[in-house]
Write a protein that binds this ligand. Structure first.
Ligand SMILES: CC(C)(COP(=O)(O)OP(=O)(O)OC[C@H]1O[C@@H](n2cnc3c(N)ncnc32)[C@H](O)[C@@H]1OP(=O)(O)O)[C@@H](O)C(=O)NCCC(=O)NCCS
Length: 139
């Protein structure tokens, strides 16, 4: 991800998340400038169709987003991007990864489950309109 991608990534997020959960272009611009963030993007024909990103703090990281444009879902893109992101994180010395997910988000829960993330906690009313499962994976 570069700062030039910020507007496209905000447009992708708007397609993928409820307004309250989506990042705007300023959020992506700041993350692109910040060495504590690691983002990977998927492109097709010069357009960004997917992204995954995390914030790193010493040897721990929190997955902030995994998003695939609706027309590209169900083809393994999410898995490929998450694998790539985890490679980047472990390459930077991360040994513990945490994320939050809506229990109703079956596709995301299955994605994380397939990478051996374990549910460790239910955070009540985390999203305002729903609880979150906290999932972790150690390397
Ligand atoms: C979650 C998301 C990133 C998955 O991306 P994707 O490219 O469709 O995922 P993949 O094709 O790589 O599939 C990953 C796994 O999820 C499963 N899956 C995909 N869509 C599914 C669905 N609608 N329901 C249940 N499982 C689903 C796949 O079968 C696969 O598991 P498997 O290998 O065990 O069969 C995508 O649905 C998305 O962008 N959703 C909106 C944003 C979002 O909710 N992100 C997660 C925030 S925590």
């Amino acid at each position: 991800m570069t700062t030039d991608d910020a507007d496209k990534l905000a447009a992708l997020d708007a397609q993928c998340f409820k307004q309250a959960d989506a990042w705007n272009s300023g959020d992506f611009f700041s993350a692109a400038m910040d060495a504590n963030f690691a983002f990977v993007v998927g492109e097709r024909g010069g357009e960004i169709v997917a992204c995954a990103g995390a914030e790193i703090s010493a040897d721990q990281a929190e997955v902030e987003t995994v998003a695939v444009a609706p027309e590209f879902r169900g083809r393994g893109v999410g898995k490929k991007l998450l694998a790539e992101l985890l490679d980047v994180l472990t390459g930077r010395g991360v040994t513990f990864v945490v994320l939050e997910v809506r229990p109703s988000n079956a596709a995301a829960v299955k994605l994380y489950d397939s990478f051996d993330f374990q549910i460790v906690e239910r955070a009540e009313n985390f999203y305002g309109d729903e609880d979150a499962w906290i999932m972790v994976r150690e390397f």
